[in-house]
Write a protein that binds this ligand. Structure first.
Ligand SMILES: C[S@@+](CC[C@H](N)C(=O)[O-])C[C@H]1O[C@@H](n2cnc3c(N)ncnc32)[C@H](O)[C@@H]1O
Length: 206
């Protein structure tokens, strides 16, 4: 691992996310505090999300940084996170927006019969047990014509962890129609530094 951010992503399910919440936004791609980083993620989101205001479910939303960008773009946001400390921060960040943040499991979000136009998930799916089963369940939460926006990667060099794009696209095959992969490794502005590992987004419509 080259830094704390990658370490946290890489250890995934083993992290005490409550303990990490206070410093989580210190990483450039987490807090999106630098204007150029924030603008880069905002532009990507705009390109991935529907043009019209949509109902968006952000699973494993963390402190709500991407949720806030989506809300700023006019979308109605529901965030879900299993860490109470993350939920608290996300609620504060999204106060006054058309957004709610729920405490719950991303693999089985507590959203009842509500259905969504977009499922947005960044750096969470790979660490969930049985991603294929999770994707099948998430598919049931999407309205017809809805889409997955999944931002994932493979981190570390000696003992890489994560989910490669080709594996994720294979997992999406049974649940999605068109699947588009966008490589994000060559855009240092997104990460606040140059990176040499695999980072990507998948936009998959159903
Ligand atoms: C690497 S952070 C990513 C946060 C956010 N998606 C982002 O990109 O800024 C992982 C987040 O997923 C949450 N998380 C991990 N496992 C989860 C689960 N099973 N259900 C809900 N949230 C989970 C953690 O609490 C943490 O907030």
């Amino acid at each position: 691992m080259t830094n704390e951010s990658e370490h946290l992503v890489a250890v995934g399910a083993g992290v005490d996310w409550d303990a990490e919440a206070a410093a989580f936004d210190d990483e450039p791609d987490h807090g999106l505090r630098a204007p150029e980083v924030r603008a880069a993620w905002a532009a990507l989101l705009r390109s991935w999300l529907p043009e019209r205001p949509a109902d968006l479910l952000d699973l494993g939303c963390g402190t709500g940084s991407l949720s806030l960008l989506a809300a700023e773009q006019g979308h109605r946001v529901t965030g879900v996170d299993s860490s109470p400390a993350m939920v608290e921060r996300a609620r504060a960040k999204l106060a006054g927006r058309d957004a709610v943040v729920l405490h719950g499991d991303a693999a089985a979000p507590p959203v009842g019969e509500q259905r969504y136009d977009v499922l947005l998930v960044r750096h969470v799916l790979w660490a969930l047990p049985d991603p294929a089963r999770v994707l099948r369940h998430w598919r049931t939460l999407l309205r017809p014509g809805g889409r997955f926006v999944l931002v994932e990667g493979v981190w570390g060099t000696l003992t890489p962890v994560g989910i490669p794009a080709d594996r994720l696209t294979a997992l999406l095959e049974p649940v999605a129609g068109s699947v588009r992969v966008q490589r994000l490794s060559d855009e240092p502005v997104l990460w606040g530094k140059a990176v040499d590992d695999e980072r990507y987004a998948v936009v998959a419509t159903v």
